[in-house]
Each structure stands twice: as structure tokens, then as C-alpha cells.
Ligand binder design. Structure first.
Ligand SMILES: Cc1cc2nc3c(=O)[nH]c(=O)nc-3n(C[C@H](O)[C@H](O)[C@H](O)COP(=O)(O)OP(=O)(O)OC[C@H]3O[C@@H](n4cnc5c(N)ncnc54)[C@H](O)[C@@H]3O)c2cc1C
Length: 393
């Protein structure tokens, strides 16, 4: 079969799904493409949902004004329910494919209990939540992670009374470790947001939260922001290997021939870090499709990113690059109480991750040092007056 005779089905109409179609057409791929999108709208951007949209600055975050020029069949409002042999079963019928790209992203984790808990994943979630965040509304956010911090920022700005309840000892502990995350705790009080640390929520009840160990917190609006899971339950009856997402190799190929995965749902093999990784980063959903499209058109290229993420919270820009899990040393750069500082993680003499607050140049320079695996001088890394790139040995 020639490429022009084949059909690729892309399950998932988010950023990674759209970018896959764009990259395939950019490489001149001539075959048929069908996109299945569970949401009944064109692909849109999620990062602004907790930032500019929640603040009331924008109402629409659609990624691409027109889709027609891509020459693909977009089937919005159609959910993939099961993977059969050479076909996806959806809630509307059967969609045969020659090759399949899984880009179904991730969905929020819910907590137990009968009370109403909202989430912040889709634009519909965001618009409904924003409408409820009227001045004086009492909001509780469960989870002081990235989304929780951004939502608390926006809600406080809208005049709500905001409490953030976090089970760990510090904000962002799961993402960047308690020691670094703790540096962000004072920002909550500065913004008038109450932060309750070390408070696990047992269940969500009508009108509030039941806390583990007793206690009840009353709230009008409750948002659960305790993380997401890859949206891959629909593949459980298939032969596709799942391992915290769709297990794919460095070429983004799943365990079943002709099946690939990309974006938040893909747990890819990282040659750089020597283990499987799954990131929930916009940058990954933006860039990995270029590698995938090259592999779908036979120009085999490994996907080997240095992961990158940003967050805008409490008037600050945070950026993180790398992966600190293999680090054996943490070096502070600048005073964490100030407006500009960085946390730098080293493994031996190599920089493996950097978190910057208000230091975009450090982020760029750190990224290059991480990518090249250059040995650095720890004393120079710690000195904010020395450009980070000059810490290279
Ligand atoms: C509020 C918010 C703020 C964020 N802010 C940042 C940020 O500041 N920085 C950053 O780096 N990242 C941020 N992110 C993360 C970033 O948006 C994601 O990494 C990115 O959206 C992943 O893209 P994706 O296409 O893989 O998945 P998704 O965007 O989740 O898209 C997957 C799509 O597939 C659909 N789908 C799911 N199951 C099925 C099925 N069975 N059949 C058909 N369709 C299906 C879903 O409905 C969804 O539309 C944020 C995310 C959110 C929610």
C-alpha cells in the first residue's frame, strides 16, 4: 500500500492530536487522516484556562482559526471507546485505520464523596468555574500544585475568599520537591490566600470538605486539583501495553505495530534519562508531534527531549527545565525571598534540572548546559552575578 492509499486515525483532538496532523501535512503526507475528538469543539489551548481566561482577559483559546486547509476529517464529539483489530470503536461507529496515533491526553483525578467537586481541565470547566468566582465567593482548591496555585492567583484577583488545602508539607512538593516548593508558600499569604499544609482531604461533601483526622471546611465552590491520569482506560481491553500511559519507545511506537502515542498520554522511553517518562507539559504536546510525523513518514528520529514547563502564579513566572529525579545536590542561586532566584539540581558535576523564578535567561542557559551534559562549577552556579553559562567547566 502506498502512503496515499492509507488512513491514519488520530484519537484525541487536543494540542498533540492537532500538531500531529499539522506536522504530517507539513511533511507532505498524502494519506487520509481522521481525528476523533471527545470534546465537541475544535482544538484549543489549555494553559490560558487557569491564567488569562480565568482572569477574564480572554474567552476563547482556539488553537487554529481554520482546519479545512489540513485536509483531514475532524470528528468532534466522538469518543474512542475500544481498540479492535485495525479499527477504533467509537460511540458513533467503527473507524478503520492503517495506523493509529493515540493522543487522548489526561483527565483529572477525583476524590471520594458525594459533594460537588469541580475540575479545571476543559474550556467548559473553566468558563463555568469563572462564572462561579464572583467577588466574595468562598473557594476551596484541593491541591497546591501548578493548577491549584494558578487558580488561587486568579480567584484572589477576582475578589474571592480562597483557601488552598494541601496534603503535603509544601506547595509543589510532588513536582519539584518540598524543599524548593516551600519557597513558594509565602506567596499565598501575600496574595491573601489561605494555605493549609499537611491537611489531607478525606472526602468532598455537600457544602465543604471532610478532612482526614476530623474537621470540616465549608466552601461554596470546591475545585479538586490533585493531578491527572493519562486518559487511556479505553485501551485496557486491547493488546497495547499500558504503563502509566501508553508505553512507547523512543520513536513513540507502542507495543502493537502501527500504533503510536504522543502528548500527555504517552509514557516514552527517554534515552537521555535512561528510563520511561511521561510529562504533562504543553511543550511536549507541541514538539513531540514533529518527531512522530517524521517517524510516520519513515524518517526515523528518536524523541529525546529535555522536558520544559512553565507556570504563572502570584505575579511570578516560574520555568522548569530538565529532570531532577537523578540529582544528588541542590544549589540555590539568588535569595529565594526575592523576585529573582533559581534552584539548580546537580548529578555529580552535571546540571540536570533548573527551576527559575523571574530569570528567563538562566532558564535558556541552563537548558543548554543540561542538553550538552557539560560539567559545571558549583560555586559559580551559586553566584547570581555570574551568568549561568559561565559555570561550565
Ligand atoms: C488549566 C491548565 C493549565 C495548564 N498550564 C500549563 C502551563 O502553564 N505550562 C505547561 O507546560 N502545561 C500546562 N498545562 C498542560 C498542557 O495543557 C497539556 O500538557 C497539554 O494540553 C497536553 O496536550 P494533549 O493533546 O496531550 O492532551 P489534552 O490537551 O488533554 O487533549 C486530549 C484530547 O483528547 C480527548 N480525548 C480523551 N479521551 C478520548 C477518547 N477516548 N476519544 C477521543 N478523544 C478523547 C480529550 O477530550 C482532549 O480533548 C495546563 C493544563 C491545564 C488543564
Amino acid at each position: 500500500m502506498t502512503a496515499s492509499q492509507e488512513r491514519i486515525v488520530v484519537a484525541g483532538g487536543g494540542l498533540a492530536g492537532l500538531r500531529t496532523v499539522e506536522e504530517l501535512r507539513g511533511l507532505g503526507y498524502p494519506g487520509a487522516i481522521t481525528v476523533l475528538g471527545a470534546e465537541s469543539r475544535a482544538p484549543y489551548d489549555r494553559p490560558p484556562l487557569s491564567k488569562r481566561l480565568m482572569a477574564g482577559e480572554v474567552d476563547d483559546t482556539t488553537l487554529r482559526a481554520e482546519l479545512d486547509s489540513l485536509g483531514a476529517e475532524f470528528r468532534f464529539g466522538e469518543r474512542a471507546e475500544r481498540l479492535g483489530d485495525g479499527a477504533v470503536q467509537t460511540d458513533r461507529g467503527e473507524r478503520p485505520f492503517d495506523r493509529l496515533v493515540i493522543a487522548t491526553g489526561a483527565r483529572p483525578i477525583a476524590l471520594p464523596g458525594p459533594g460537588r467537586q469541580r475540575f479545571l481541565r476543559t474550556i467548559d470547566d473553566a468558563l463555568a468555574l469563572r462564572a462561579a468566582l464572583v467577588p466574595g465567593a468562598r473557594l476551596i482548591v484541593i491541591g497546591a500544585g501548578w493548577i491549584g496555585a494558578e487558580l488561587a492567583t486568579a480567584a484572589a484577583g477576582r475578589g474571592c475568599t480562597v483557601t488552598v488545602v494541601e496534603a503535603a508539607a509544601a506547595p509543589l512538593a510532588g513536582a519539584i520537591g518540598a524543599e524548593v516548593g516551600a519557597q513558594t508558600a509565602p506567596w499565598y499569604a501575600e496574595a491573601g490566600v489561605e494555605l493549609l499544609l499537611g491537611q489531607a482531604v478525606e472526602s468532598v461533601q455537600d457544602g465543604g470538605l471532610a478532612l482526614a483526622g476530623g474537621g470540616f471546611l465549608a466552601a461554596e465552590v470546591i475545585v479538586t486539583a490533585v493531578g491527572v491520569r493519562p486518559d487511556v482506560a479505553w485501551l485496557e481491553s486491547s493488546a497495547v501495553k499500558l504503563e502509566n500511559g501508553v508505553a512507547v519507545d523512543e520513536y513513540l511506537r507502542a507495543s502493537v505495530p502501527g500504533v503510536y502515542a504522543v502528548g500527555d498520554c504517552a509514557a516514552f522511553w527517554s534515552c537521555r534519562f535512561g528510563r520511561r517518562m511521561r510529562t504533562e507539559h504543553w511543550d511536549g504536546a507541541l514538539r513531540a508531534p514533529a518527531v512522530l510525523a517524521a517517524n510516520l513518514t519513515d524518517l526515523a528520529r528518536p524523541y529525546d527531549p529535555v522536558p520544559y514547563f512553565w507556570s504563572e502564579q502570584f505575579g511570578r513566572m516560574l520555568q522548569y527545565v530538565g529532570d531532577h529525579r537523578g540529582a544528588d545536590r541542590l544549589i540555590w542561586r539568588g535569595a529565594t525571598g526575592g523576585p529573582r532566584w533559581a534552584a539548580c539540581w546537580l548529578a555529580g558535576e552535571r546540571l540536570v534540572a533548573v527551576l527559575t523564578v523571574g530569570l528567563p535567561r538562566d532558564l535558556q542557559q541552563g537548558r543548554r548546559l543540561i542538553e550538552s551534559g557539560t560539567a559545571v562549577d558549583a560555586g559559580r552556579v551559586a553566584d547570581l552575578r555570574v551568568p549561568l553559562r559561565e559555570s561550565a567547566r
